[in-house]
Design a protein. Structure first.
Length: 379
């Protein structure tokens, strides 16, 4: 397998990195994070102009029909630059629309950058079990319930919402997916800033009317939304893995530069063999995470759902483990400065921590990986 990026992919990455370096530096990001909105419309417009919102959208809807590998290239650069705009939430929502079908007009708006999306899937009691759904929808699409930690829920123009139309609380059958305008009657949104500088929201639905997504429509057996939901979540985890690799790249480079310049006993501390060994360990963790992230991106659209689930969960586990190790080592090697708000390293570590907890943590994905058919037979 050729692990080198295509010329067009590398050009995309280079253009995005130039924008981050020129217009989205660390101090600019800090001002955006601490602003009232928590995001920048100017930065969003620049992402749109660079073609980032059009990349994952099919050509028929004005996009570039980008693959998961194409998106990996983009997410790595966004992770390296700690970009806080609602890009991940929007492209994850677009994946729901693509899988659901018959959403051409909405996808055209996503490609043009005029529609931001958010995915309202988790609930207070559900933790990482996205089949644990108490939010309910009646036959008319009227939704009642509460969704928690909705990434960029307050910044979105529309929400993808999972709701139960039948079955018991944790049944996979009976889950349907709806598109709900954020300003629809019967919705209240509580916006807040998360540990890593991103925005999230608690969204309450009190009879808000949603539009049923076609491929996730209820059937006679109670519902068929789970397959769409699970496939989209796997896609989201692939994007998160790629973002984490970009953040670890930046953190590793910053730590290496610090070891070269920090003087102790008349020499740079990077000359101390013990610290060189720790940097070597960081590099190994990073490269293993990079390899598995790329494999997961290649398999994101695999027709074999079992293979996709197995590889995506393996990648999320390894990336989260690497993120924890690289982050902890970087903070220790920076000394007390490693946890200060003025140093990018602390912010990279916070973002890596949150990525490890988004859409399933290490324990969740280990359990999912082990539960796949054939795991125990292979032991």
């Amino acid at each position: 397998m050729d692990f080198n990026f295509k010329e067009e992919q590398q050009q995309f990455a280079d253009a995005l990195r130039r924008w981050v370096d020129k217009d989205y530096g660390f101090e600019t990001r800090r001002r955006i994070v601490h602003s009232a909105a928590g995001v920048s419309e100017a930065a969003w417009t620049q992402l749109v102009e660079l073609g980032m919102t059009a990349l994952p959208v099919p050509q028929a809807q004005g996009g570039f029909d980008g693959s998961a590998v194409d998106m990996l290239v983009v997410m790595q650069e966004l992770g390296r630059g700690l970009v806080v705009e609602p890009y991940f939430a929007t492209v994850l929502g677009a994946q729901f629309l693509k899988l659901a079908g018959a959403q051409d007009g909405l996808l055209e708006q996503v490609a043009a950058g005029s529609l931001k999306l958010a995915c309202a899937l988790g609930e207070q009691q559900s933790r990482y079990d996205f089949a644990d759904v108490l939010t309910a929808a009646d036959a008319d699409g009227s939704i009642t319930g509460t969704k928690t930690v909705v990434l960029h829920g307050a910044q979105a123009g529309a929400l993808i919402v999972s709701a139960r139309t039948g079955g018991e609380q944790r049944d996979r059958d009976g889950i349907a997916l709806y598109l709900v305008p954020r300003d629809a009657a019967g919705i209240s949104v509580t916006d807040y800033r998360t540990l890593d500088g991103q925005r999230a929201a608690t969204v309450r639905f009190d009879g808000a009317r949603g539009t049923l997504l076609a491929a996730a429509a209820p059937q006679q057996d109670g519902g068929s939304g789970w397959d769409v939901l699970e496939a989209a979540l796997d896609y989201g985890n692939v994007l998160l893995c790629a973002e984490a690799v970009g953040a670890m790249d930046a953190l590793f480079a910053a730590t290496l530069e610090y070891l070269k310049t920090r003087q102790q006993f008349g020499a740079s501390i990077g000359k101390f063999q013990a610290l060189q060994h720790r940097m070597a360990d960081m590099f190994i963790h990073l490269e293993q995470a990079r390899s598995l992230s790329m494999l997961a991106a290649v398999k994101a659209d695999a027709p074999d759902a079992e293979e996709r689930r197995r590889i995506v969960s393996a990648a999320k586990v390894r990336v989260a483990q690497a993120a924890r190790f690289v982050g902890q080592q970087a903070v220790q090697l920076h000394g007390g400065m490693g946890v200060t708000d003025e140093l990018p390293a602390a912010h990279h570590f916070k973002r890596l921590t949150m990525i490890g907890l988004t859409l399933g943590d290490i324990d969740h994905h280990l359990e999912r990986f082990a539960s796949e058919p054939g795991f125990y037979a292979a032991q």
